[in-house]
Design a protein around this ligand. Structure first.
Ligand code: SAM
Length: 336
């Protein structure tokens, strides 16, 4: 297995200059670690994405836009999976490599674009994309590619910050009201951009409805849930700061349970997707068994057979050494 992904990693085109060399729309983790709600949000996100990805996982796992490689590192500690990281930014990859070497983590990191995954059809058992879908110029191109390189029984896990969370909605409304009343409108996080505003380097507004709409063509939903609620909401933070630590934890956990049930209002959306079965080509082998290619992107053999360009081709597109095309069927078995 490891040989397979090392071979795939070696196929990547030479690195080009990237406009993604710096990624800093959310301040580093340490910045938040003293805030109870922020510490909870980050810890719960990482834990839930890890668990959702590892659930039933076995074999090759691709982390798309792997950043500094912290997730790849975590997956590499589990013997059931062999993680591969794909990232556009060279500095991110260099940083990840340094940490991997220091900690003796062995996992390939590939420089490439999410829009054009440099892997063969059906390679991965799991693909995870955390906090990055709304950084891609063409998110749908990534989703089509993810469906292609996932095995038919594979899963895609997408974690996306929710810009229509309860916290964002309430703060947006209060901000407007404060403007009308002439009250100070300082952002509680001290950042130059109010936290509920979509950062400039995001290509769409992250929320559940958009995610469902974007994935519909290539995926079916398996599970969509929210993580954490009320992150950064000023009044919530004020209360969390003054109550004893155990009460704060209980409040954060209760809000998190609400988010699980109502992902539309949670701070982070964690979603698990199954690739949609697509029409394919059924090919009869010499024993009379039918094999199917998937996702409308026929396997090498099926493609050669269908187009009549492979070894043994007679040129008429019908009779071949490997087998012959019997019909164009959907994978559910309907004749087209
Ligand atoms: C917010 S960071 C998330 C990184 C990591 N997944 C995490 O959770 O820490 C977004 C990442 O997406 C990467 N990125 C943006 N566009 C990309 C593309 N088209 N292909 C691959 N990576 C891309 C950026 O370089 C950056 O590392």
């Amino acid at each position: 297995m490891r040989q397979v992904h090392e071979r795939e990693a070696a196929r990547v085109a030479p690195a080009e200059a990237s406009s993604y060399d710096i990624c800093s729309d959310i301040p580093p983790h340490e910045y938040w670690s003293n805030d109870r709600d922020s510490a909870f949000y980050f810890e719960a996100t990482v834990r839930n994405v890890f668990d959702a990805t590892m659930n039933g996982a076995r074999g090759l796992l691709l982390d798309v836009a792997s950043g500094e490689g912290s997730q790849v590192r975590a997956f590499a500690h589990n013997k059931r999976v062999q993680p591969v990281g794909l990232e556009m930014s060279l500095p991110m990859i260099v940083h990840a490599h340094t940490v991997f070497e220091r900690e003796s983590v062995s996992a390939p990191l590939v420089r490439g674009s999410a829009h054009e995954l440099p892997f063969r059809d059906g390679t991965f058992n799991r693909i995870v994309c955390q906090g990055s879908l709304d950084h891609f110029d063409v998110p749908r191109a990534f989703l089509a590619e993810a469906a292609r390189v996932l095995a038919p029984d594979g899963r895609l896990v997408i974690a996306l910050h929710n810009y229509d969370s309860a916290s964002c909605r309430m703060s947006r409304a209060l901000y407007r009201l404060r403007g009308i009343l002439g009250v100070s409108r300082d952002d509680p996080t001290g950042a130059s951009r109010p936290y509920w505003e979509i950062p400039e380097n995001h290509t769409f507004r992250g929320n559940v409805a958009t995610l469902r709409e974007m994935t519909r063509r290539d995926f079916q939903p398996d599970r969509v849930f929210g993580v954490s609620m009320f992150w950064l909401l000023p009044m919530w933070r004020r209360v969390l700061r003054i109550v004893p630590s155990r009460a704060a934890t209980a409040m954060l956990q209760a809000a998190d349970r609400l988010a699980h049930r109502s992902p539309e209002l949670g701070d982070m959306i964690v979603s698990v997707w199954r690739p949609r079965p697509r029409s394919g080509h059924f090919v009869l082998n010499r024993n009379g068994a039918a094999t199917a290619s998937r996702n409308g992107a026929p396997s090498d053999t099926a493609n050669r057979v269908h187009n009549g360009h492979g070894p043994g081709s007679s040129g008429d597109g019908k009779q071949r050494e490997e087998g012959h095309v019997v019909s164009r069927l959907t994978l559910e078995g309907d004749v087209e």
